[in-house]
Design a protein around this ligand. Structure first.
Ligand SMILES: Nc1ncnc2c1ncn2[C@@H]1O[C@H](COP(=O)(O)OP(=O)(O)OP(=O)(O)O)[C@@H](O)[C@H]1O
Ligand SMILES: [Mg+2]
Length: 493
């Protein structure tokens, strides 16, 4: 077995830095030149050795040279070794410090070691190999410490980067759920934005109603992320997704052993959302027992976990959503009336897409841009005929259905510039655009007046909903010029 400390000549090998790096610098301080000489002889072949015959001279070298290890004699005329090391620490705190000492002054030595001033000591007289080994170990310590400092610096830099990234991500999330992600310029949506803006600033409980896919989720998040609670949690729970007991434990938490399978205490979402917002999706699906518990939180801000003996207070803003007609459920005694009114402090009713067709072109383009970018396509837009179909479709799945339709088209589109009717899904292609509901047939008007009235309504609707006269004309099935003439005659601008 070869000892890694010994070289071929039977000497202790010096501590090596990585190949190519300068050997370590060692500062020797002693007032006896003979000792300096002999130490230099022991260490000079492996290291860069600097000699000083006094503490003062040693400090000057420390200022000028890169020193990894200091060996200093304890007994010197102008300053002691320990005094010298005190000063050396200020100049080069990382250098490893060793004391040369006779057995006579072990007392000061012990003190110096205890105070962490020195790493080790060499007693006079010394064995050259002892010194070499001691120095080698000391320099390995120095190397580790240096590496530690570098790692710590790298770590703190990485932390800094992560922190910056977190700030960025948080902003992203906020941006993602900010108002500007909710598109719509129809009067109906303008009204929705108006209410949202006002209500976001407050803690008022909000009930969001609307058919599936109308954007209830989106609106709930936007309210949270644009209000004063945005730094706190937004937690969402779909009340239809879980059986009763599980929903209860999810929302209110449970104590260990409160039911089979409750192996540990669990915090409920109301507690987790403290100071933030809880979103109770599909609140209309809750059972009577749950409705009572919800009422209690809304009234008193109190929750009690399953199996707990006490209630605790929470400060949570509640936003609820439903695609049911809750008022009808109240009438049918399926939903508690008191809870309904507690939830519906402010109601935001999202209109179905078919009642705001003028938003369809905007939404369609938005989803097209998004999907094109995601799938690396260069589609610019829709042909007029395709857009007419989109505007006129039924969209029982509302915005979500439109979004899916466009994503599907883009995925299957290949390399085209515009989306034509032939690329729409079969249902949209084949179903004739639903006729406008004519409404009541007027019985008290001359036929021509009544017909003109209907024409006026259909034309204004078509223009409002398609956003252009060309598309309106196409939708109405008449040439653009005829539309213009007709509008003039009917007094439409
Ligand atoms: N006004 C809008 N602008 C942009 N995207 C919208 C808009 N409304 C809805 N969306 C998009 O449509 C999809 C459905 O919206 P969301 O999930 O909010 O609907 P929902 O009313 O919660 O539906 P459900 O009742 O089925 O839960 C989402 O991808 C959402 O981003
Ligand atoms: Mg939803």
């Amino acid at each position: 077995m070869t000892d890694p400390n010994w070289n071929a000549d039977g000497e202790i090998e010096g501590a090596r830095r990585e190949p190519g790096a300068r050997p370590y610098g060692i500062l020797l301080v002693d007032d006896e030149p003979g000792i300096l000489e002999s130490l230099e002889l022991t260490l000079g072949s492996d290291y860069r050795v600097f000699k000083a015959e006094s503490g003062e001279a040693g400090l000057e070298i420390l200022n000028a040279e890169e020193i990894a290890l200091i060996i200093v004699d304890q007994v010197m005329p102008s300053m002691t070794g320990v005094e010298f090391l005190e000063k050396a620490i200020e100049r080069n705190p990382r250098a490893i410090r060793m004391l040369l000492t006779g057995y006579s002054d072990l007392g000061s030595l012990a003190r110096a070691i205890n105070e962490g001033r020195i790493y080790s000591y060499v007693t006079k007289p010394w064995e050259p190999d002892d010194v070499r080994l001691n120095v080698k170990r000391a320099l390995e310590t120095y190397e580790l410490a240096t590496e530690n400092i570098q790692l710590a610096a790298a770590l703190s830099e990485a932390n800094e980067r992560l922190r910056a990234e977190n700030v960025y991500l948080r902003r992203e999330v906020e941006r993602r759920y900010a108002f500007d992600q909710i598109l719509g310029s129809s009067p109906a949506m303008e009204r929705v934005f108006d209410v949202m803006e006002k209500v976001a600033e407050t803690d008022a409980t909000v009930l969001i109603t609307g058919e599936t896919g109308t954007g209830k989720d989106l609106v709930a998040r936007a309210i949270h992320y644009s209000g004063p609670r945005k730094q706190r949690r937004f937690v969402a729970q779909n009340c239809a997704a879980l059986p009763d007991t599980l929903l209860e434990s999810e929302l209110f938490g449970h104590k260990r052993g409160s039911f089979t399978g409750a192996h540990a205490d669990k915090k409920g979402l109301f507690e987790i959302a403290h100071r933030g917002t809880i979103f109770l999706d599909e609140v209309g699906e809750t059972h009577p027992g749950m409705q009572v518990r919800l009422l209690r939180v809304l009234q008193d801000g109190e929750i009690r976990s399953l199996g707990a003996s006490n209630s605790i207070n929470v400060d949570v803003r509640v936003i609820a959503a439903t695609n049911r007609n809750l008022l009808e459920d109240v009438a049918q005694k399926r939903f508690r009336e008191d809870l309904y009114y507690r939830l519906r402090v402010v109601e935001i009713a999202l209109p179905p897409l078919r009642e705001r067709r003028s938003d369809i072109p905007l939404l369609a383009h938005h989803f097209l841009d998004f999907a094109s970018r995601k799938m690396n396509r260069k589609i610019q837009g829709f042909t007029n005929a395709a857009m007419d179909r989109l505007v006129a479709a039924e969209w029982s799945g509302n915005v979500r259905e439109l979004e899916n339709e466009i994503e599907r088209i883009v995925a299957l589109s290949g390399d085209v510039e515009t989306i034509g009717v032939e690329m729409l899904s079969e249902r949209l292609r084949n179903e004739p655009p639903p006729a406008e509901t004519p409404g009541e047939v007027p019985t008290d008007l001359p036929l021509n007046t009544a017909v003109d009235g209907l024409k006026r309504r259909m034309i204004t609707d078509a223009i409002r909903e398609t956003g252009s006269k060309t598309r309106a004309a196409a939708r109405l099935g008449i040439p653009r010029q005829s539309l213009q003439k007709m509008m003039k005659r009917l007094g439409l601008s």
